[in-house]
Design a protein around this ligand. Sequence first.
Ligand code: NAD
Length: 335
Amino acid sequence: MKLAVFSTKKWVSNSFSQKIPEFIDITFFETGLNEETAVLAHGFEAVCVFVNDVLNSGVINILADHGVGIIALRCAGFNNVDLITAAEKNITICRVPAYSPYAVAEHTLGLILSLNRKFHRAHARVREGNFSLVGLMGFDLHGKTVGVIGTGKIGQVFMEILSGLGVNILAVDKYPSDKVKSRGIEYVELDKLYKDSDIISLHCPLNHETYHLINDYAIRSMKRGVMLINTSRGPLIDTNAVINGLKSGVIGYVGLDVYEEEGDLFFEDLSDEVIQDDTFVRLQTFPNVLITSHQAFFTAEAVDNIRDTTFENLKEINETGTCGNIVSTEIHRST
Ligand code: NAD
């Protein structure tokens, strides 16, 4: 099987090259997949893509015209894929549904602790010889209320971690889990979660129902000084509404590992360039905002799992025409 891997960073080629199965003839492209680059897939049966590759109907039509029959996502989310066009073009799509919920859940806690205790600011100060504590006061997490929106694989691991911190947990999910309930965690309506939570963390997928879930209306319902954390997908949050919430003081802290326009920024070294995204630049000016560039998944274990599951998916599809991790319009409707 000829496989074209797009958005190849060194960590991708290093990891994938260690274990290329015999049936795969692999080519790595550094560029992302989009309308301009899709022709590179000419002559390949399969493409392997990541979170910020573009898989809209235009790109999928080009891929199909050039003979591509399989799209292997090396991520869990598939919000960037036009599933209907893919189905019309008979393209098989597979994904890596879980590579390490621990990686993302642990990063989420890292953002909360850093924002609260201001590790990033303290580190910079101490390196400058500034040992003042002014502005570094945090709060005890113990006794606070954490609202978790989306209690799937990552949300559940995150709540397990939280259980060691003496916090109260409120959960929201479209499909509440009996396992979560059996651990004594209360499912509530979104409005109650917004009203009562000191910290709100997003772990639901991005789809037509959750796009801009955190908007002006939601923010108006939140506790003054709330900490908002998004390690899920950028467009869950209306960034301009969050900026207004920060300016008014309703939002006290924001921790982001994802951003709605991250495709033009994240994963690239732009340190010599002028950032053109004024909204992103405004976000960075707040002392109580901490942004990481979609690195929550990025642990050695997760990267190995991404590689192994991607190759297993392709092997199964090669041998049987399908696999256990197929993404279809049916899954799209249920999530
Ligand atoms: P999952 O499918 O196991 O869990 C998602 C949960 O959200 C499910 O329980 C589902 O019922 C719930 N849900 C669906 N629609 C909802 C709605 N409208 N309101 C509330 N809940 C809703 O997914 P997961 O593996 O836990 O991943 C969660 C998200 O994390 C993914 O969708 C992905 O976007 C993101 N993610 C980010 C990174 C990163 O590096 N930052 C890595 C992996 C995954």
